[in-house]
Design a protein around this ligand. Structure first.
Ligand SMILES: NC(=O)c1ccc[n+]([C@@H]2O[C@H](COP(=O)([O-])OP(=O)(O)OC[C@H]3O[C@@H](n4cnc5c(N)ncnc54)[C@H](O)[C@@H]3O)[C@@H](O)[C@H]2O)c1
Ligand SMILES: O=C(O)C(=O)C[C@@H](O)[C@H](O)[C@H](O)COP(=O)(O)O
Ligand SMILES: [Zn+2]
Length: 349
């Protein structure tokens, strides 16, 4: 059965969750006469199906193949895509479709956000992480030498099609990585997610729907991260620093998993979170096969990388922590010694 979750805001849009949703794609493309379909090599078969559906609706398709995963999330790759749009004389009524994991949809969204200062984009996320997080909410962007996602734009999609059938080809390790963002939603807003995971069994559709609902509720209220949206960044301050330290070769979800353990321990250290809920982070993440520790010697570099986190204000670092289960809040300016102590105690291996 297909479920539709509406994302509110100035430009509301639907997120469809179900199986075999490609027939829905043409109806989401408005008046586009040309549609650029962005994808990376592992998604070629899925992208070809999308392209056939678009062509069958009488539109011209411009295939844009990009490097896979984080290698595609660069300004150089975006620039090549813009050159292709230029050669095709892509106009404001045309549209972009991103078919792939979060890296491809972040890139496709960014290309669409900047071309002619904004053309429509429809996302067809094919990874769990893409479905529950990256494709929803309109954050688009690329990585630079300075850090993760530091260049980008808010550009909500016209629609998101979460076709659960695409998960059949997703490597198991990438499915696991996606679970880190699902767990994050459980801790910040919907503990039923945690109960479902702890109960075992296959709850994938309900988990996707619940995580999308959490994200939709937040971004519907605060697209541009004026406040509330920061809760979606739980675990990401350290997570992004690890990704940068690893040269973007670690999976985003794996880095977020370590970041969640760190953020939970910071909550305990600052007297906000009970140790039982912090311990539950580690147990749930470990039960899924996600990493919960990271190298001790990396700390000085990680602290340095965290200083360019988007939540920082001047020299003050800010972290999302929990005051309790599903009670997120933000703390400002914990000292370097305190942060180091939390890292040593909870994360360092
Ligand atoms: N914009 C946002 O709000 C937001 C939210 C969360 C994450 N992100 C970003 O998303 C990215 C991570 O996304 P991800 O975990 O999907 O990683 P990814 O896009 O790198 O995909 C992981 C791997 O899985 C492959 N893959 C994806 N779907 C597949 C399928 N159905 N069959 C076979 N292979 C498939 C990809 O080709 C890739 O090799 C990061 O760059 C992160 O910063 C953005
Ligand atoms: O949508 C958001 O807002 C999030 O923070 C979701 C995160 O899972 C996601 O990784 C996002 O890309 C991080 O945003 P950033 O602004 O810290 O780059
Ligand atoms: Zn994330």
């Amino acid at each position: 059965m297909t479920t539709t979750i509406e994302v509110a805001g100035d430009h509301p849009y639907p997120v469809l969750v179900g199986r075999d949703l490609l027939p829905e794609l043409p109806a989401r493309l408005g008046k586009a006469a040309q549609v650029a379909v962005m994808f990376s090599a592992p998604l070629k078969a899925h992208a070809e199906k999308a392209m056939r559906a678009i062509e069958d609706s009488g539109r011209a398709v411009l295939p844009i193949e990009v490097p896979d995963a984080e290698a595609g999330k660069s300004i150089t790759v975006a620039e090549k895509a813009w050159e292709q749009l230029g050669r095709a004389k892509f106009t404001r009524s045309d549209a972009v479709v991103g078919v792939g994991g979060g890296a491809v949809t972040d890139l496709a969204g960014f290309v669409a956000a900047c071309w002619l200062r904004g053309v429509a984009v429809v996302h067809v996320p094919t990874s769990l992480l893409g479905m529950v997080d990256a494709a929803v909410g309109g954050k688009t962007g690329v990585n630079t030498a300075a850090g993760k996602n530091l260049v980008g734009a808010f550009h909500p999609p016209a629609a998101v099609l979460c076709d659960l059938a695409t998960l059949d080809t997703l490597p198991a390790r990438d499915l696991t990585a996606g679970m880190a963002e699902v767990v994050k939603c459980g801790f910040i807003a919907d503990p039923v997610i945690l109960d479902l995971i702890e109960s075992g069994g296959d709850h994938i559709q309900e988990l996707v729907e619940r995580a999308v609902a959490v994200k939709a509720r937040v971004v519907g209220e605060d697209l541009r991260e004026g406040g509330l949206r920061e809760i979606l960044n739980y675990g990401h301050t350290l997570g992004h620093a690890i990704e940068r330290f690893e040269g973007y070769r670690w999976r985003h979800g794996d880095a977020v998993s370590v970041g969640l353990v760190f953020a939970a321990a910071l909550g305990v250290r600052t007297g906000r979170l009970d140790p039982g809920t912090a311990a539950r982070h580690r147990t749930v993440l470990e039960s899924l096969g996600l990493p919960v520790g990271y190298r001790r010697d990396a700390w000085p570099d990680l602290l340095d990388a965290m200083r360019v986190d988007k939540k920082a204000r001047g020299a003050r670092l800010r972290f999302v922590v929990l005051d309790g289960l599903a009670r997120p809040s933000v703390i400002e300016g914990p000292g370097d010694d305190e942060l180091r102590a939390v890292y040593e105690e909870a994360v360092a291996t």
